[in-house]
Design a protein around this ligand. Structure first.
Ligand code: ZN
Length: 334
């Protein structure tokens, strides 16, 4: 049997965690043989995974064929997996130590005074008087998007953000995002990266959606958030520099912290912090013009989808390739 490289061992170690907790692997688009091999193994035991992680950490440190940067990346991620394995095994690990092991950061309590300043500013800005929470909620409600118009708004926002991102950060021609509405989920939106520069982004159809937050949601999940990060890494690191360790995304690891941080700053990075506020009111209309993916086109998509038997707009696709991808998705019955 051919001896596995440390990167192959890392991929298989990460994939084993998905058998302990489904969803631990956020995305995997590498060699499918690793997934098959892991599925064929006996059920993984957390204590054994912890031991495998410790052994792998030693071998990573000794692997002179890897660049220092790749060794550092693998070391940080293997340390996170070792902690996850011990946690699954029932080891008592303090919260601060757990966060340090998972994300390679030191955390401390925030300064209460900074929150007080933010609350005072909100008190100035929000209409009315009294406790902030109901006033904030009332303000949000002003920007509520009727459920039947959410697809149209998502379509327009994604098209506009994609144009902005493409201007600054070259994306592969083939990249696409297919948006869907999902139900009974604990999140407001979720990116499923499937490889070959394709993402499926689900928007929660059970939660109210607001014009004040949808731009952040779309930027976070697609442009220039998770989808963009995945595409750039697949293009530059996986295909360009042959770094297979970048084909797996694992929760509770440093890459997870970085991805969420990047995605949370995505809207501001795309259009600037001041622009983000202004765009919240104007993006749907201007976005539609800029991409040619107009609200009326979106309505046509939804009619077509109903025509093929769907009871609600189950899926729709954005940006320059919207129509071709939409048709493909529809005819496939996905
Ligand atoms: Zn995220």
């Amino acid at each position: 049997m051919t001896e596995l490289s440390v990167t192959d061992r890392y991929l298989r170690l990460g994939l084993r965690f998905d058998r302990i907790e489904s969803g631990f692997v956020d995305a995997y688009f590498g060699d499918p043989g690793h997934r098959r091999a892991v599925e064929a193994e006996d059920a993984p035991e957390p204590a054994r995974l912890a031991a495998q992680a410790r052994e792998l950490a030693r071998d990573v440190a000794a692997d002179a064929a890897l660049s220092p940067q790749r060794r550092e990346f693998l070391a940080g991620h293997v340390a996170a997996l070792e902690c996850s394995a011990r946690k699954f095994d029932g080891a008592p690990i303090g919260f601060v130590d757990e966060v340090k092991a998972y994300f390679d950061v030191d955390i401390a309590m925030g300064d209460r005074a900074e929150y007080d300043v933010a609350h005072a500013r909100l008190d100035e800005l929000l209409p009315g008087t009294g406790p902030l929470q109901p006033r904030m909620q009332a303000q949000r409600e002003r920007f509520a998007v009727p459920a039947e118009r959410v697809p149209e708004v998502v379509d327009a926002l994604a098209g506009a953000l994609r144009d902005v991102v493409r201007e600054r950060y070259p994306l592969p021609e083939a990249e696409t995002v297919a948006f869907e509405i999902e139900h009974d989920k604990p999140w407001s939106g979720f990116n499923y990266y499937v490889g070959d520069y394709r993402s499926r982004v689900a928007v929660n159809g059970d939660l109210p959606q607001y014009l004040s937050s949808l731009p952040h949601l779309i930027a976070h999940e697609a442009y220039p958030g998770h989808h963009t990060e995945h595409c750039r890494k697949e293009q530059l690191l996986v295909r360009g520099e042959q770094q297979p360790e970048q084909t797996v995304f694992l929760v509770n690891t440093p890459q997870c912290l970085m991805a969420e941080g990047l995605a949370d700053h995505a809207l501001g990075a795309a259009i600037g912090p001041a622009g983000a506020a202004g765009r919240r009111r104007s993006t749907p209309t201007s976005a539609s013009r800029s991409t040619g993916n107009s609200p009326s086109a979106s309505r046509r998509h939804r009619r077509a989808c109903s025509a093929c038997g769907r009871t609600r707009p189950c899926c729709y696709t954005i940006a320059a390739r919207a129509r071709t991808t939409w048709r493909r998705t529809c005819s496939a019955g996905a």
